[in-house]
Design a protein around this ligand. Sequence first.
Ligand code: ATP
Ligand code: MG
Length: 364
Amino acid sequence: MALARIEIDDFRCLERVALGLDPRYNLFVGPNASGKTSLLEALFFLGRGRSFRTRRLDRLVRHGREDFRIVGWIKTHHDTTVLGIGGNRRGTEIRIGGAPASGAADLATHFPPQIIDPEVHKLLEEGPHRRRRFLDWGVFHVEPTFLDAWHRYHRAVRQRNSALRPGTDPRTAPAWQAEIVSAGLVLDRVRRDYLALLEPVLARFGERLLNLPVSVAYHSGWPGGETLAEALERSADRDRRHGVTHVGPHRADVAVRVDGLLARERISRGQQKLLAAALTLAQLELHEARAPSTGALLLDDPAAELDTESLARLLGVVRETSAQLFVTALRPDLPGLGRPGAMFHVEQGRIVAAGGGCEIVDNN
Ligand SMILES: Nc1ncnc2c1ncn2[C@@H]1O[C@H](COP(=O)(O)OP(=O)(O)OP(=O)(O)O)[C@@H](O)[C@H]1O
Ligand SMILES: [Mg+2]
């Protein structure tokens, strides 16, 4: 499975792009502000239904335009599926094979991109939200029950929160508690199971990239020694005062430790990039182990923040994945990944295939 072709209209600085892609390794080279990250952002949007840079859709529409459009052709041995996303400041519309999709999760089974960009260290540095999202993406791909439990859980939390707010009958809140516990315990179990699969792969990549021991621990989102039901009971007064549910899997976190210390307290920025990359690559390896050559890795300016040796280590691990690669760089001489199957020049929002073999350029 690979993204064989992409068309992008009016997304960020990209006015009109139409590219034939290599199933293995695509390299996009261009100066600062030429549109390299914008291209990866469009690819990410195609598989995730959201940007990795902003939540604001209006930022994504090209200045002076109303709508953007991203269309991708996913090729398997048997057939081709067309994924289409239209977006404007009000929302997005997703179509798969011409039919409307129910949500972004439907895209992920066709094109599941991972990204390592210059901001990847935020996975370790910022609050738990990013780590939960990272974890849940991995769980979603290995555990069929996850999505249903996730939706049930979050709906029940929203309902309980509304029931806790002033002016509503407080007796309705406990009714949602049973649902929170039932779906929450499924989430807790599948996340722990996934992390147990991830940890040895992460330890191996951590050793290779950082030469340091890396471990992970799951924090469930409620105090240890209590059941989720007990924690909800105990938190009920506080929850009522604030109108929100303070305990449960929506407050979970993953502690990433290096040498026994929390990563953000132990290692430098460059090392954080390597560690966050190790997490992403570990997740990609689990994905590829189950379904070889179905993943995609977006690697934005891998040289940023890294010295020559660190970059070589990172690209050494990247080179081993069977996922389709989309790499950006300021210069074409990126060492360590071998010869790209397709290389493109990016300049002022235009993307041109370098040399023969690939389509296109159409900016007019
Ligand atoms: N909605 C938009 N419409 C038009 N242009 C935009 C929009 N959003 C961002 N841009 C512009 O797109 C240009 C390319 O940005 P991008 O981040 O893709 O560059 P880049 O090639 O990744 O640069 P760098 O090497 O510095 O990371 C920037 O000049 C930016 O101001
Ligand atoms: Mg960039």
